[in-house]
Design a binder for this molecule. Sequence first.
Ligand code: A3P
Length: 289
Amino acid sequence: MARLEVTEIFCGINFPGHLHTQESLHSAQYFGFQNNDIVIATYPKSGTTWMQEILTLIYSKGDDLLAKTIPNWERAPWLEQIYLRDIQRDGGGPRFLTTHLQYDILKPALKNSQAKVIYVTRNPKDVAVSFYHFHKIAKFLPDPGTFEEFLTTFLEGTVHYGSWFDHVKGWLGHKDELKLLCVSYENMKKDLRGAIKGLCKFLGCPMYPKELEDIERHCDFSTMSKSSMANYTTVPPEILDQNQGKFMRKGIVGDWKEHFTSEQTTRFDEIFKKEMQGVRHLCLEWDQE
Ligand code: A3P
């Protein structure tokens, strides 16, 4: 299914028609969660693939066989995408699911379940930069125009997948109603071992130091970016043109400083302040400098 030019509008949010239909989005809204499901919820470009890899390795106790042989989107499929039904596995352990949907859309399905949610946050300035570059290679997303043009739509919340602000406020604002652990991209960069330990505790998966070491080594950017089961190089260039830029682009904190003008920084900060008024206590940890 190509549908590269198609946009599906669902609950007022644009989604790429290459990966979504009204039916797939509707099914996600009424998804039958099981109590031992583990859901990775992210705004795009916040570290989704990284978390999919970490989760795989935690449950394999550091053995990288699955991570090296099965693509990330099969190991932890997006529950709103058309491929979910084809690739969902009925294995022994818990199901891993990924979603970019806003909390409000999944609320009816998640509300009464005991599923564990891992919410990954990232400095929205770095998200905007990463998303901009991703738009340039993803043929199923609109042409982003210049960075200035893209940033305007990002701040308005009219980009595909909707507003970053609504996404973060929706999920983290309801964290007390869910079994939710918030993990930040920046903390994973600063202390991956500590972040993995926190995840193991949340998931109830005790880990030996040697296993932790194996997970950490495998999930390092330099290793992961070479893995064809995580770097999307198996996707044809008509869909993801990695000749124009890589999916595993830089994997660093603070790349926004190379992209934002001082005017854009001021505008961003003003909108951020207004949007996040009263909710700064949510798990948002990054260096503002
Ligand atoms: P950059 O474009 O800033 O490099 P997502 O998986 O949510 O789409 O996010 C993709 C972003 O996460 C990209 O950011 C990618 O390089 C980064 N990423 C993926 N794996 C990573 C890792 N192991 N360490 C650090 N960053 C990683």
